[in-house]
Ligand binder design. Structure first.
Ligand code: 4NP
Length: 149
């Protein structure tokens, strides 16, 4: 069972904090107790709250990102979590590069949980500006993830 789940993107200010908040909100609605966190592969935004436009779009859907602060993923996360969910293929590769040789968290892509959508990444809204599309995709994947736990 995967009850400790870490969501990982590049900056930890858009996609992974959103995934953390969406899954937390929807898990609570289902009465599921999960330990959730998010982190970035990069270090540029360590200590910062989620990107303002991302927070605003999420807030309008009922997800509060305001208390979250960016941190960088570390090799220790592979023992602290059962499952690490990457937002895109580059995140997944960067995670594999720091993963322990044996054991530790299972690694997967967020889009693995919505196979019918036929996409293999959550596009980065920091670059696309499409915060609504990001949330639409994250919500679909979040339901698929919770269905599998
Ligand atoms: P995220 O988006 O990976 O979804 O948090 C990004 C935000 C900022 C940067 C990269 C990605 N950045 O390079 O500053």
């Amino acid at each position: 069972m995967s009850h400790r789940i870490l969501f990982v993107c590049l900056g930890n200010i858009c996609r992974s904090p959103s995934a953390e908040a969406v899954v937390r909100t929807r898990a609570e609605a289902r009465g599921m107790a999960l330990e959730l966190d998010s982190a970035g592969t990069g270090r540029w935004h360590i200590g910062e709250p989620p990107y303002a436009a991302m927070q605003q779009a999420a807030r309008l859907r009922g997800y509060d990102l305001s208390a979250l602060r960016a941190r960088q993923v570390t090799p220790r996360d592979f023992s602290r979590f059962d499952l690490i969910v990457a937002m895109d293929g580059q995140n997944l590769q960067d995670l594999r590069d720091i993963a322990p040789v044996t054991g530790g968290a299972e690694l997967c892509l967020m889009t693995d949980y919505a196979p019918s959508l036929g996409t293999d990444e959550v596009p980065d809204p920091y670059y696309t500006g499409d915060f609504e599309g990001t949330l639409d995709l994250i919500e679909r994947c979040a339901e698929g993830l919770l269905d599998q736990l």
